[in-house]
Design a protein around this ligand. Sequence first.
Ligand SMILES: *Cc1c(COP(=O)(O)O)cnc(C)c1O
Length: 333
Amino acid sequence: MKAMFEHLQRATLATTPTPLEQGPVIPGGARLWVKRDDLTGLGGGGNKARKLEFLCGDALAVGSRALVTVGAAQSNHCRMTAAAGARLGMEVHLVLSGDEPDVATGNQLLSMLFGAQLHFTGAAQSHWGELEIARELLTGELSGAGLAPYSIPIGGSTAVGALGYAAAFIELLDQFDVAGIEPSTVVFTSSSGGTHAGLLAGRAAASAAGRTVPGIVAIGVAKGVNIGLPNIADLANQTLDLMALTDVRIDPVDVEVDKRWIGGDYAVPTTAGDNAVRWAAANGGWLCDRTYSGKGLSGALGLAEEGRFADEDIVFIHTGGWPALFSTDGIPA
Ligand SMILES: *Cc1c(COP(=O)(O)O)cnc(C)c1O
């Protein structure tokens, strides 16, 4: 099924396949497997490396010399885009929420090390619309300066970016065969929806090819940017179009976003999320962050406690995010 991606432009940026590790039995008796997409390699790793392979492949194909993207102050996507630019010899501009700090920490520190130029908008943390307008303005300025910038929306969640997770879904199926398992469900952390759309596209493609496929459950960690369900189906269908599978379509009933684990708002820690960060570190040596993978894992464990998974194998895709752990003063006990 890898042939489904062969006609597409792709820059080599991620170290794949990432490991599929067996974890402990979780409440309710399900066997947890962790797909280590925190280990994609690029600039500290995380899910954006897979999207950036296709986004940067496209950017190079159209002759761009600079990358522009946008995110929250501690954006992992911006940090990995900065690393991609360093690898490919492209100038990188990052539009960020908040003001310039006295001392850069976490993802901002790493983005600066990768040589990116950081543009602070002063926007509030999750004012995504305001951030996107700032990205468009900056893109216009750089175009005027003759840089032919390739401008990437929040989270890299275009159909081109989502291709990375369609390919990741096929990668997972191969690993299920090797491990001799048939998991019932894949759970992961979702915000801008590109990872979700890509997984759905990969699942639909594999199902159309006659494979038995697991269900997909997204744990939402952002309001607003967590584009509505019909839009995720649309994005997944556009991804299938790029894969030249125009007759395979997403069934909207397969789009499930569980929004109960966000807490107050995007990037506002929750007790359940912090407990999941500690649980992951103590039970598997996995580093999760408080904004994304910790809340996502709290959703997976919470669903297990509710009895959603019985005597089943389930997969949690660890989407990364650990550099943000070093942007906080600690996690309250
Ligand atoms: C971006 C990100 C996500 C969410 O991915 P989307 O495709 O934007 O939904 C999850 N976890 C981490 C660590 C991320 O950086």
